[in-house]
Design a protein around this ligand. Structure first.
Ligand SMILES: Cc1cc2nc3c(=O)[nH]c(=O)nc-3n(C[C@H](O)[C@H](O)[C@H](O)COP(=O)(O)OP(=O)(O)OC[C@H]3O[C@@H](n4cnc5c(N)ncnc54)[C@H](O)[C@@H]3O)c2cc1C
Length: 539
């Protein structure tokens, strides 16, 4: 096979890779995106089955002052539907559609915890404070997507005054970086109340990031046709700009001294710049450092050591259901996107110490013990429930409803069960317990006898996308982070110690998610374009 040459080679067609590709192809660089799976979008993708459209990854997209301005700048048209969030505990369901409705949620918690009204109020005072800071950070259209050089009015009247407030807000938020679990303990000694707040979030989530979700909940949008429309539109833009995207192509080897990569079919590609937009461990695993300077090899091995002592962060178990009930029946209970906890008791020790004990037993943990843990976990955990057809009625067959039901789930437990040889049975067990719990507490028989039922586990995410431990937003949030983790330094997160190789996406910056995947994609493209201009001037 002949070696192919591209100025820009991008590995991974998730949102970060596609964003970078859209900007690099727009700048007229010959650009190729290589993607290991048969489609694009990575952790943001939709698929159809039996007439239902399901979102396999993120269930909605937060604007964050990023999505709309980026679409505008790239001249991409995408219809964005409202996507109101509901939060519920037991029979108290609150729809969040304005700042005031956060107060309704506070009242619901006061009803559920009448002995802790003062604590609830303390917690909500902090939530309101964080909300205001988030409004500064995310409520302004991100200026990176605006060409303001010739717009002095915007520069002096809008951007500069905002930028001062932005820096202050970011500084204040960065000081609230204590894990949410320990922070809440200072506000209330009622573990159940604290659980109900913090079990929505990943383990050790910094307080500002966790409580900032009350702002994010009001900022969610749903692309008409499903979340997968977003990467689809970005990919169309790449192709329109003359870029190429090649699916079913996994990059296996990277040879920086030769500026060459090899894919799973043995095809070689040379590049001017390489941009790695997926799990970073796989980049360092596939590196051939032959021919590099000793100092570079040393920096690479230092970074590699940092990465390999860290793990991918929390993962999810997702259940997909199709039921013979019209969406209107579900609309009586919730909006199309709900975070629901069936019991005010909270996960407490179940999640942490009992799970740790099980995992420590390894293959000696009995099926019976694991089944009992799963049952309790399903009764007490917090669920994310998405009903696409409540946002876009075309996403399920007439008179039927598709649901995506998920919760955070421990990768190590799934791995243990897989290695013990009863993975399929386990998946079914989790599915059945999820259905039983929600049918009893929330849906009142609507989930009985689903016509379509299947699930994806953390292991499915690891296998499909190559994400360490099935991490859905990159690294664990334990400190120190192996990558840049300060918003003010996000621009530098895209650089690597490897010559002509950049990185972006959820493994390049932490804490991550859709907004930072996109921002790092933009910063990587920007850094590459700026660097190329400087190189060209020197020549
Ligand atoms: C269930 C779920 C819910 C979520 N909810 C939210 C949410 O509400 N808000 C939020 O902000 N974020 C959410 N996220 C996280 C968000 O979707 C991700 O952080 C973001 O999409 C990551 O984009 P990325 O481009 O960095 O990586 P990815 O989407 O992981 O893309 C990487 C791509 O690279 C490909 N790849 C990997 N290895 C190779 C290789 N060797 N060669 C070629 N290709 C390769 C993968 O197949 C993949 O397509 C959620 C994720 C999931 C799964």
């Amino acid at each position: 096979m002949n070696t192919k040459h591209y100025e820009m080679l991008i590995v991974g067609a998730g949102l970060s890779g596609l964003t970078a590709a859209a900007y690099l192809s727009l700048a007229n660089y010959s650009t190729l995106v290589l993607e290991k799976t048969p489609t694009y979008g990575g952790l943001v993708n939709s698929f159809s089955q039996d007439g239902y459209v399901f979102d396999a990854g993120a269930r909605a997209i937060e604007n964050s002052g990023i999505i709309k301005p980026m679409l505008k700048e790239l001249d991409i048209e995408m219809e964005l539907l409202e996507s109101p969030i509901s939060i519920g505990v037991e029979s108290e369901i609150t729809q969040l559609n304005s700042n005031e409705s956060i107060d309704h949620y506070r009242q619901a918690l006061e009803t559920l915890y009448p002995d802790n009204v003062a604590d609830v109020r303390k917690i909500f005072r902090v939530i309101n404070k964080v909300y205001k800071e988030m409004d500064v950070i995310y409520g302004f259209e991100n200026p990176v997507f605006k060409n303001f050089r010739n717009d002095r009015t915007y520069l002096f009247k809008e951007l500069l005054p905002w930028f001062g407030r932005f820096l202050l807000a970011v500084s204040r938020m960065e000081r609230m970086n204590e894990p949410i679990e320990t922070y809440l303990r200072k506000l209330s000694t009622n573990q159940s109340l604290n659980d109900i707040i913090d079990q929505h979030f990943f383990k050790q989530t910094p307080t500002f990031f966790a409580l900032g979700y009350f702002y994010v909940y009001l900022d969610y949008l749903y692309p008409k046709g499903g979340t997968g429309q977003f990467p689809k539109k970005l990919a169309q833009k790449v192709l329109e700009n003359g870029g190429e995207i090649q699916v079913n192509t996994k990059v296996m080897k990277v040879h920086p001294a030769k500026k060459m990569v090899q894919d799973s079919n043995g095809q070689n590609y040379t590049y001017d710049k390489l941009l790695w937009c997926c799990d970073l461990k796989s980049l360092y695993q596939s590196l051939d450092t032959t021919g590099l300077e000793t100092s570079v090899i040393k920096s690479i091995s230092e970074q590699s050591e940092k990465l390999f002592t860290h793990r991918g962060g929390d993962s999810v178990f997702s259940l997909f259901l199709g039921v013979d009930q019209p969406p209107q029946e579900f609309a009586k209970i919730t909006s199309g996107h709900l975070f629901y906890t069936p019991s005010r008791q909270g996960l407490g020790e179940t999640h942490l110490s009992e799970l740790k004990t099980l995992l420590a037993k390894g293959q000696n943990a009995s099926k019976k013990e694991i089944k009992a843990w799963v049952e309790t976990y399903c009764n007490l955990s917090t669920y994310e429930i998405s009903i696409p057809s409540l946002r876009d009625k075309n996403l399920s067959p007439e008179g039927k409803t598709g649901l995506i039901i998920s919760f955070l789930f421990e990768y190590d437990l799934v791995r243990l069960v897989h290695d013990a040889g009863w993975y399929d049975e386990f998946k079914l067990l989790v599915e059945e317990n999820m259905i039983k719990t929600l049918d009893r507490t929330l849906f009142n028989g609507l989930l009985e006898e689903p016509k379509l039922q299947f699930s994806f586990s953390p292991l499915s995410i690891e296998n499909q996308f190559g994400n360490s431990e099935g991490g859905i937003t990159g690294w664990t949030l334990e400190q120190p982070s192996p990558v840049v983790n300060k918003l003010k330094k996000i621009a530098s997160s895209v650089k690597t110690a490897i010559p002509d190789i950049f990185q972006c996406g959820q493994w390049a910056y932490s804490p991550a998610g859709i907004p930072t995947a996109i921002l790092t994609g933009w910063y990587a493209a920007d850094a590459i374009c700026a660097g190329r201009k400087t190189e060209q001037k020197k020549q």
